[in-house]
Write a protein that binds this ligand. Structure first.
Ligand code: FAD
Length: 495
């Protein structure tokens, strides 16, 4: 059987290693960092255990199918807890909305906030369900030709769902342009690193997936998923090496021959799959002669997703009323998004995701303590307009000022442990292009599906890609699907 080297042990690399090992390939994974998991990582310190990346599992069925495909049962290996509510939303004027996963409770909560909203919620969800159903066909396939995406059937679907329209505007039409409800049912595109004001309406399918299929937390934290995949890979004979940064993909006469590590060591291979950020792979690991369509100029002109700033707080106090997840919307939401996506400046008032894992899992903090994780979307490092060595404390204080207002006026006095994670940290730790957080390439129409970089090099035989940089894209379910797609392609091409 062919010998496979995978560069990077993110969730995409780990899942691909398991798929291919299960099919009989000899697989080695080379990871630059000391700890596996890539963007899904961990800080353990002073009794606090904080996930540094993803906080929640969505589209659980994708993970269930993946485990089945390698002969395992997800639910025998991880204990998943369903969140209720999915989120509490805090608006600038002090009002709140809980996004319940019971549709009746959700409609009721929306009705309390905006009289007359209940039937509109159902209408919105019905439309989003259709988008979800139709889009999944484009998410779960390998592309080769433009006609795989654009054909009479798909054009019919696009027109039927109006998925090409603007997300925020379309959601607004369901809710008579009520500002709070428009935000409440469109903010999810931020998790693709994309502004709701600019996202295609297609991505209301994420809102639907969250609400209808549920949001899940693995007991013990998100990093339990990485630990479990690593354990499975080792048990099944995948060779996993940490502290093994790759410097170059070696190519001879149009075929990969292996990789060279920064240490100078060479590892030979018939097939190389890069799980590292795709634009980084082209720019740093592939010699210019073999980059094909991905010239320096094209890579620079691609649209990159946003970054983020995370503030981790260990607090000597518990918050019984605070749910697992909340979102705070800045008063001037448009200015907030403009700063992140256009002027690349520090938002005056950040919107943020407030994660409270100790609501579900008391093992994330010492007894009597809470763990809080505040993730504020931020500009990526393009243009280098922000000096993070000084900006970090500014953002920290802005976030704490808001927490004082919405959660606890004395929060600062109760903080006993604190860490942060900045755009420059993603660049350093995972070679994230421009320090992007959730994934590198933005999900606009011309960087989605067929238009997203393909999972195979058409110039170099034996060179493939997996993870958020290729299709379908950003987020755990998508990178797990990408592992299935690249394995399917390799099995077809390397019978
Ligand atoms: C703050 C945050 C919150 C998120 N929240 C969620 C969430 O709640 N739910 C969800 O579904 N998704 C979430 N995401 C998105 C999700 O985590 C990512 O899209 C996904 O983990 C990306 O996985 P990947 O395998 O594609 O890439 P990565 O995780 O980026 O893995 C790439 C790996 O390649 C390694 N590498 C890079 N260069 C080299 C080299 N030269 N040699 C060797 N190794 C190399 C890196 O170190 C890394 O381990 C979140 C992400 C972040 C950052």
């Amino acid at each position: 059987m062919a010998k496979v080297v995978i560069i990077g042990a993110g969730l995409g690399g780990l899942a691909a290693s398991l798929r291919l090992r299960h099919a009989g390939f000899e697989v080695t994974v080379l990871e630059k960092q000391t700890r596996f998991g890539g963007r899904c990582n961990l800080i353990v310190e002073d009794g606090f255990r904080a996930d540094t990346g993803p906080t929640i599992l969505v589209m659980k069925g994708v993970l269930e199918e993946f485990y089945r495909s390698v002969g395992e049962d997800l639910h025998r290996r991880l204990e998943l807890v369903r969140l209720e509510p999915n989120y509490r939303l805090y608006f600038h004027d002090g009002s709140q909305l809980d996004l319940h996963n019971s549709m009746a409770e959700l409609a009721n909560a929306a009705e309390m906030l905006v009289p007359g909203a209940a039937p509109r919620v159902f209408r919105f969800l019905g439309d989003a369900a259709t988008k979800y159903e139709l889009a999944m066909e484009f998410v779960t396939r390998n592309y080769r030709y433009l006609t795989d995406l654009i054909n009479p059937k798909s054009i019919g679907r696009l027109l039927r769902t109006r998925a090409y329209q603007n997300l925020y505007a379309q959601v607004g039409r369901f809710f008579e342009n009520n500002d709070k409800l428009s935000k409440a049912f469109s903010f999810h595109s931020m998790f693709l690193g994309l502004s709701p004001l600019e996202s295609p309406a297609m991505y209301s399918l994420i809102t639907y997936a969250d609400l209808a299929l549920g949001m899940w937390y693995p007991q013990g934290g998100m990093y339990r998923l990485v630990e479990d995949l690593v354990q499975l890979a080792e048990d099944k004979g995948v060779i996993l090496r940490a502290n093994a940064p790759v410097a170059e993909i070696e190519i001879a006469r149009g075929h990969v021959t292996g990789v060279r590590l920064t240490s100078g060591e060479r590892v030979s291979a018939d097939i190389v799959i890069s799980n590292a950020d795709l634009p980084y792979t082209y720019r740093h690991l592939i010699a210019p002669a073999w980059r094909g369509a991905y010239s320096e100029r094209r890579l620079e002109r691609m649209r990159y997703a946003c970054s983020g700033y995370i503030l981790f707080l260990g607090v000597k106090k518990t918050y019984a009323e605070l749910p697992h997840q909340s979102i705070y919307f800045a008063g001037d939401y448009r200015a907030n998004l403009e700063a992140i996506f256009h002027t690349h400046t520090l938002p005056e008032e950040p919107s943020f995701h407030l994660n409270h894992p100790t609501a579900t899992d008391i093992t994330a903090a010492p007894p009597g303590h809470s763990l809080l994780y505040l993730l504020a979307p931020m500009p990526n490092l393009q243009g280098n307009r922000i000096d993070w060595s000084s900006a970090a404390s500014v953002v920290r204080n802005r976030l704490l000022d808001i927490l004082e207002r919405i959660l606890d006026p004395d929060i600062r006095q109760h903080i006993v442990w604190e860490r942060d994670y900045r755009p420059t940290d993603w660049l350093r730790d995972v070679n994230a292009v421009h320090g992007t957080a959730f994934g590198s390439l933005a999900h606009d129409f011309f960087q989605s599906a067929y238009f997203r970089p393909h999972n195979k090099s058409y110039e170099v035989a034996g060179l493939y890609f997996v993870g958020q940089g290729t299709y379908p894209g950003i987020g755990i379910p998508m990178v797990i699907i990408s592992a299935g797609l690249v394995a399917e392609r390799i099995l077809r091409e390397w019978p």
